[in-house]
Design a protein. Structure first.
Length: 194
């Protein structure tokens, strides 16, 4: 099934800009920019949304929930309900601590892995949505609290990696939209991807 809703996960508000937890927003915003899309706040969905019509008869919605990470599912469920989009046609773009910085992994099932935004989506949509997992690991120092780490900002060298890899994140996301999760998994999930 082709993707009809691209959900970037993050926290709203300037204080969360450039935090590790907001890398999902960054990638989705970059793709929307590349496609020339305009964002608008939609109160009924508690989200900023954009609309892309790549070919006649196909619409892809973009969303950045304004609910804070832990309630992401509430905003996405409001959109899927309104537009009658099945959970299997949703892709969530988010940070993943278990994947090294600079890498990305596409999966279509699994647990929340301790990610509150994904837990909220699982609770509201069920399993079966596509996950576009952007590496922010490893957590250093190891003893640092997970919450402090994900809500912290990238160090300048890490930010440089994000900036240099952003184009690849965007083209990988576009690959999922154009050709489906299976093909994207084959191409993107190789550990040695440059």
């Amino acid at each position: 099934m082709s993707i009809s809703l691209v959900a970037g996960l993050g926290n709203p508000g300037r204080e969360y800009d450039n935090t590790r937890h907001n890398v999902g927003f960054v990638v989705v915003e970059a793709l929307a920019r590349q496609l020339g899309l305009a964002w608008e706040k939609q109160r009924s969905f508690e989200a900023e949304t954009a609309r892309w019509d790549p070919v006649p008869g196909r619409t892809v919605f973009f969303a950045k929930p304004l609910t804070y990470m832990n309630e992401s599912g509430r905003a996405i469920q409001a959109m899927t309900g309104f537009y009658k989009i099945p959970g299997t046609a949703v892709i969530a773009v988010y940070d993943d601590l278990t994947i090294n910085l600079g890498l990305v992994k596409v999966t279509v099932s699994g647990s929340a892995g301790g990610h509150n935004g994904v837990a909220s989506l699982l609770e509201r949509l069920g399993n079966g949505f596509t996950r576009y997992r952007i590496g922010i690991g490893p957590k250093e120092p190891a003893q640092m609290d997970i919450k402090d780490f994900v809500l912290g900002k990238f160090t300048p060298p890490q930010q440089l990696i994000i900036d240099q890899t952003l184009e690849r994140y965007v083209s990988g996301l576009r690959l999922v939209l154009d050709h489906g999760a299976d093909r994207a998994m084959n191409q993107l999930n190789r550990r040695d991807s440059q």
